[in-house]
Design a protein around this ligand. Structure first.
Ligand SMILES: [Zn+2]
Ligand SMILES: [Zn+2]
Length: 194
């Protein structure tokens, strides 16, 4: 975030409470000196944050050396950061995880199964960001083949695959993927159209 010059956060949308997704939360301190930031997520996610970051929610002296965070549980459409968002329930193995859609953009990662009802909420996208772990199958993540076939079914204009493990060589994958599907990269910027 320093490299990308990000000095403001309007809202945080959490997918699930695994360490690779929430362990950076202590660094929110630098973004919340003045105003708290609201973190949206499902019940499991907020419970995970409360458990892991209990000190955020304990009363301390002014300042207190901790981020100011408000938690907001979501299961139906909500507004955050000036945009309307639709939570997208998916399964990460057995764990219920949320993806999110705003307008014609959607973000879904750490899914091994996307229920039919959620797939129905992913029609007509300009951009889909979709988690794909590796080539080999995995119990709790889509692999490249599953993610590509899902993207080809719902046909967003562009799909950015993300959340790769170290089996993936970025340039090689970029060459292998069908038209309209790309490997995402650090620093990728996506502009939302109205
Ligand atoms: Zn996960
Ligand atoms: Zn993950």
């Amino acid at each position: 975030m320093i490299r990308e010059g990000i000095d403001r956060l309007d809202a945080i949308l959490m997918t699930h409470p695994h360490a690779d997704h929430i362990s950076g939360m202590d660094d929110l301190r630098n973004f919340t000196y003045d105003e708290p930031v609201t973190v949206y997520g499902n019940g499991e996610t907020l419970e995970g944050i409360r458990e892991r970051f209990g000190y955020f929610f304990r009363k301390t002296q002014r300042g207190g050396g901790k981020p100011k965070v408000k938690l907001c549980q979501v299961s139906t459409p909500f507004k955050a950061g000036g945009l309307s968002w639709i939570p997208l329930p998916v399964l990460h193995g057995q764990l219920p995880v949320l993806g999110y859609r705003t307008g014609r953009f959607a973000y879904v990662t750490d899914a091994s199964h996307i229920p039919a009802g959620t797939e129905g909420m992913l029609a007509g996208l300009d951009v889909l960001v979709l988690g794909a772990l590796r080539y080999r199958p995995h119990e709790t993540h889509m692999n490249i083949e599953q993610a590509v076939s899902f993207a080809e079914r719902i046909k967003p204009e562009r799909t950015w695959l993300t959340h790769f493990c170290h089996d993936i060589e970025h340039a090689k994958l970029a060459r292998e993927l069908p038209a309209g599907i790309f490997p995402a990269y650090d620093g990728l910027k996506i502009t939302l159209k109205d």
